[in-house]
Structure formats: C-alpha cells, structure tokens
Design a protein around this ligand. Structure first.
Ligand SMILES: Nc1nc2c(ncn2[C@@H]2O[C@H](COP(=O)(O)OP(=O)(O)OP(=O)(O)O)[C@@H](O)[C@H]2O)c(=O)[nH]1
Ligand SMILES: [Mg+2]
Length: 571
C-alpha cells in the first residue's frame, strides 16, 4: 500500500497553469534519495530552485530520516502542510522525523506562517532557499547557480518563541549541516525541558485544557469551572499542562471555538507536546471530528472524562454495569468517522471501558448490549431494593450520607464507623454505596443505639445525562433512608453552588426523602469569617472536621435526634 502511494507521486498544492513537462520535473523529485544525515545536498537544493524558477512558484518538499522525498507541493510550507492526521506522533520529546526543504520567491527570512506550519507538524527542521532568478544546467547534468542563500529554522523548547532561525547561510554551509546531530540535540533538550514528573510516568496523560466560557460568566465562576474540570482530569489520571480559554456566547457549531482559536490551540498543543485536549463542555460528535482533523490530537469532552473516572473506579457488579451502559449510550452516536490516528488503542483518558473491538462492531450489536445491560441493571436494582426492605424490616434506622464529590463523605463515614472506605482527594472516589453500622450511646438512657450509615456517590453539577440514571440508582438508597446527612465542603470557594446542586437533585428524586441534616466539613481549613457566614445562613447545621475529628459528638447526637423525629408517627 505504501509503495502504491509512492508510485502515484502526487504533487500537492496549486498546479494550475503547469505544463506537463513541469509536472514531470516535479514528479522526478520523488526519485531523489539524499544521504540520511544531511538536511539537504547542494544538488537537491539547486534542482528545487531550478524548477521553482521555471514555474515561478515556491516549492516545498518533505523528506523523512531515511532521506526519501515523501511529499512534493507547489506553494509555501503553509500551503503544502501535511494534514495532522497523516503525521506520525511519537510523544512530547520527539520530533515528527520529517523535514521540509522549500524555496521562496522573496528575498526574506522565513515567514511566521511557515514557522507555524513547522511547529504544527513538529518538523525536524525547515530549510528555506532564496533564489537568484536564474542559473544553468551543467553539462554533466545537475543545475547550478539558482540558490542565492538559505535559512535554517528549527523548534526549541521555549514556551514564548518556539523556534529559532539561522542568519543567512550559503548553500554549502547548509549542505554541511548534520541533520542527525541537530535532531538528537533537540530531542534531548525537549526531553529535559519536560516536567520531570511527567516524563517519569509515561502513563500520565498530558492535557491541554480548553475552556469555553459564556460572556455573562464572572471571573470567579470561570475559575471555579476550570478548576473543577482540571480536578476531573487529575482524578482520571491526567495532568493539565496549560489552559486556554475563550469567551463566547454561543459555541461555534462546527468547531466550538473560532478558526483563529483552533489554530492557537493546535500550535500550543504541538509546542507543549500534549497527548490529549480536554474541553470544559460537551461536544457534538461532529465537533470532535472536525477538531481532531484540524488539530491532530485526541479531543475529549467533560462527559468523557467523567465517564472515564467512573470506568476506572466502579468496583461492584452494579457499578460496572451502569458505567458500561452509560459509556455505550454516550459513544453510540460518536462511532462514525473517528480518525485512524485517533484510535483508542493504547490507553489514556477516554479509552477505558468498552474496548476498541466492541466499538467497531455494528451499532445494532451495541444496541443489543445496551438492552442486555439495562435488564441486568433492572434486576440488580430489584435485588438491592429487597435487601433494603429486609433492613427496614429489622427496624435499624438508616442514614444516607450525600453531598458534592470530594466533600469528605467517605472520610466521615470512616471516622464515625472505623471503617475503611476509600477516600482520596479525587472526584468520584466513591462509586459504590457502602453501608456500615454505627453505634451511638443515647444521652438519656445511656444505651447503645445502632443505625446504618450509607456512603453514596458524590454529586457534580451538569452530570452527563447518561450517568444521571446510574447516579440516581445509587441514590436510591437515599430515597428510603430515614435521615439524610448532607456533607458540604465549607473550604471550597463554590460551596454554596455545590449545596444548591445537591438540593436540586434531591428535589428531583421520586420519593421525598426524610429529614436532613447539613454537616459543614473541613472546618479546619476555614477562616472564622467564612464560618460565621455559614452559621448565620444555616443555624441548624453542624460544623465538623472529619479529618481532625472535630464536632463529631454533636453530629452523633443530632443524628439520634433526627432519627427519633423521623420515627414519630405523622399526624
Ligand atoms: N482538610 C480537611 N480535609 C478533609 C476533611 N475531610 C475530608 N478531607 C479530605 O477531602 C478529600 C475527599 O474526601 P473523601 O472522603 O474521599 O470525599 P467524598 O465526599 O467521599 O468524595 P467522593 O467519593 O469523590 O464523592 C480527601 O483528601 C480527604 O482527606 C476535613 O475535615 N478537613
Ligand atoms: Mg467518597
């Protein structure tokens, strides 16, 4: 197949007005083979310049490290650029293994657009030849006298100016440059400049985050939104290397952001060598396709990051089923036309869960799988509901611990019950409801009273709709708990929004939940002013630090009071 591509010898770019003889000359360039350690030879450069002078157009050629010409185009490096999806990708510290040797009709240093094209393709080097306007064919064959001077440009690991350009060099000087020395030096420099934490763990996905922010949103809200997505990325095992944002009242229908911004994103992504781009909002399947085609790096939206976290965390049979269900439902409309280079093989955020082969099978097969999963989920729900009924039968009062993700629910459950639920400074650390027994001495009778505490999945605003069902299912425990314990992270700048989102969600639950108690957590991290504000707004709440074990006695007593209150017959 690859050989066939070479046999066709396509000439890219603008061929209008070229004579067949000139096309033939251009095609012959594909037959040239250069020494693999040279950027160019004098012969090759003169040959290019001769054709370029003849057709009065710039020519760009692309060569691989074996010295083979892999692409010939009429036009500037920008006009003849290799599409991102056709480029090999080796990682942040590697160049693409392709160099460009191009002619220019003007007597000037390489233009910004050519240098940008070099950065986008992570070229080994860009050599630009200026021309004399004339020359001649030597008797023994070969052209001479066409090249006036040359410039050599290459990338450098510098975030502000990602490239350097040489002063004018003679063709002889250029032809003496050793390509392999240059490439090796550059790649080791790129390797050193990478965040050492990142290069150690090749597993860590390096992410460029793109925030699209509605015009009306305040600076503080924007910060909170971006911080949350960054934490999602981290919880999924990635690191946000840089954030680019754009204010827009409406996302662009094709590419979310405007054409200029897409360019900027592509350039930054290539310069930084990130492996993934995450958007802070949800993208349509065609937006993902368009962006991947133009940028050449895998694009993932907020929902996919959340689904990925769920896929990594789900432990129980029920959790796994529900996550797979949600992933398949989300991916079904996104199957068509995902580029080859974007193949989901090889791991990383958004690749876990249903495997590549599963995605390649027909839609109908996926739909069948969705139906089967749905049935399994229904059966599990029925089973859980029987378990709950049995518990209710035993008349053990139950408390459901709810709240925004990362509020400290599991930590609280652990310190109250000496259990070992998984806690972590990650979003969605808990994905399966865990139920534990807790004994509290009654202050009046001094008898021990037993109740059960159930930990739940943390909430997050704008939960992806397909996950909403999975989420509600875990919250079912909530609907027949006697008492709700709502944990709020008071140290989070956005705690009021978190509190409201959880309240809103509970409001949509089919059965009205029992009485609730708000526990403001992480008191140890909160200023006395912030504490006073919350106390003023929520006088009934308790203030605790699960980690520092502060306020836990008050919390225990209040829980007992609430249980007694809930047990009172309604009049
Ligand atoms: N400073 C401080 N940190 C706390 C406190 N309670 C919990 N944390 C930390 O907050 C983070 C989240 O705690 P988790 O208990 O996992 O939170 P969660 O609500 O169960 O989170 P999800 O399961 O993701 O919904 C962990 O790093 C805890 O160590 C506290 O009182 N003070
Ligand atoms: Mg938890």
């Amino acid at each position: 197949m690859a050989r066939q591509g070479r046999l066709i010898e396509t000439i890219y770019g603008n061929l209008k007005g070229l004579k067949s003889n000139q096309i033939k000359q251009l095609r012959r360039l594909y037959h040239q083979r250069l020494p693999s350690d040279r950027i160019t030879t004098s012969d090759f450069a003169q040959r290019l310049a001769a054709i370029s002078t003849d057709i009065h157009q710039p020519i760009s050629t692309y060569l691989n490290r074996r010295g083979q010409v892999i692409r010939v185009g009429v036009g500037s490096p920008r006009q003849t650029q290799i599409p991102p999806l056709e480029l090999p990708r080796y990682g942040a510290d590697r160049l693409s293994g392709i160099r460009c040797v191009a002619t220019t009709l003007k007597q000037e240093v390489p233009k910004e657009s050519a240098l940008t094209a070099m950065a986008l393709q992570r070229l080994d080097a860009l050599a630009v030849l200026t021309m004399t306007g004339s020359g001649f064919e030597r008797r023994g064959g070969g052209a001479t006298g066409y090249v006036r001077s040359t410039y050599l440009a290459h990338l450098v690991p510098d975030p502000t100016t990602p490239w350097t350009i040489s002063s004018p060099l003679s063709l002889e000087q250029l032809a003496q440059q050793n390509l392999m020395d240059l490439v090796e030096a550059l790649e080791s420099e790129f390797g050193r400049s990478l965040n050492p934490r990142l290069s150690e763990t090749a597993e860590t996905e390096q992410v460029l985050m793109v925030g699209v922010i509605p015009q009306a949103v305040s600076k503080a809200e924007m910060k909170a939104n971006l911080a949350e997505v960054a934490l999602l990325v981290e919880s999924a095992g990635g690191v946000v290397v840089e954030t680019i944002h754009q204010k827009r009242s409406h996302p662009h229908p094709q590419t979310v952001v405007g054409a200029g911004k897409v360019k900027e994103i592509a350039l930054r992504a290539q310069t930084l060598g990130v492996t993934l781009i995450v958007f802070n909002l949800d993208l349509s399947p065609s937006q993902v396709r368009n962006l991947e085609t133009q940028i050449g790096i895998r694009i993932v939206d907020r929902t996919e990051v959340i689904l990925d976290i769920f896929a990594q965390r789900a432990q129980s049979q029920a959790g796994k089923l529900q996550v797979e269900l949600a992933q398949l439902e989300y991916m079904l409309p996104r199957l068509a036309g995902r580029g080859q280079a974007m193949s989901r093989l090889g791991g990383g955020i958004g690749t876990r869960g249903p495997g590549e082969t599963k995605l390649e099978t027909e839609r109908r097969a996926i739909q069948r799988r969705i139906n089967t999963l749905q049935q399994a989920v229904n059966q599990l729900q029925a089973h859980r509901s029987r378990l709950r009924q049995r518990r209710q039968h035993q008349r053990v009062p139950s408390v459901a611990v709810v709240g925004y993700t990362n509020a400290g629910k599991s930590t609280l459950l652990n310190v109250l019950t000496n259990a070992e639920a998984y806690t972590a400074d990650q979003l969605f650390a808990t994905l399966d409801p865990t139920t534990r027994r807790l004994s509290i001495p009654d202050p009046e009778t001094h008898q021990m009273r037993t109740l059960v505490l159930t930990d739940t999945v943390g909430f997050i605003h704008n939960l992806p709709p397909p996950l909403m069902d999975a989420f509600r299912a875990t919250l079912e425990e909530v609907t027949d708990a006697d008492v709700l314990l709502h944990v709020v992270d008071l140290s989070h700048p956005d705690w009021e929004n978190h509190l409201r989102s959880v309240m809103d969600l509970l409001g949509t639950m089919p059965i009205t939940p029992g009485p609730g108690l708000i526990a403001f957590n992480k008191m140890d991290q909160v200023s006395s002013e912030a504490l006073a504000i919350a106390q003023d707004q929520f006088p009934q709440a308790v203030f605790i630090s699960a980690q520092e074990r502060l306020g836990l006695n008050t919390l225990r007593q209040k829980l007992l009071e609430l249980i007694d209150y809930a047990a009172m017959p309604t009049v």
